[in-house]
Design a protein. Sequence first.
Length: 176
Amino acid sequence: MGRPSGRIEAAEHVLAGILARHFFVEVIWVPHYVPSEGRRGRVLEICGTLSNLEVAAYVHGFLLETAERLWREHRRRHGIASNRERRRFMTGVMIGFDEKLKAALPRAGARVWCGWAIPRWPAICASAIRAPPAVQASASTGPKAYEHGRKAGREIRVATADPREQRKGRLLGPVR
């Protein structure tokens, strides 16, 4: 899912954890070579049932697009000229959304382990598949942008996809 990258942003790691914890898929960052650019990177791969993959792909695209839109609104509202705090804000958005899901579903940790990724990537141990730990901002890393992002993330509502819109190809994110 997404484009291969040499550097995975903290917000993307948190998003991968959200998908793994709340949307019944397993996630793993896999190596990927981009021949047209002559470089290596990593890309997120998800495993699960077809219906869970479709939901996770939708949520992945929706959250990335929503976080970008929220950042643009935040910049405009606060008169910020640069993108210097963008990463912190985006991480805050993802963590805020994760906190919202955790609060709404206190038993979310009780999901069934399926082990989808182990047969596909046997050389990688099961501990590498776990979601990364929560990212926290310190006083030196721009807590304002991070906290504004967290607040914005807690207010996100994932719109349900209308089956008629699916047929028209209007879903956010990749459809496979």
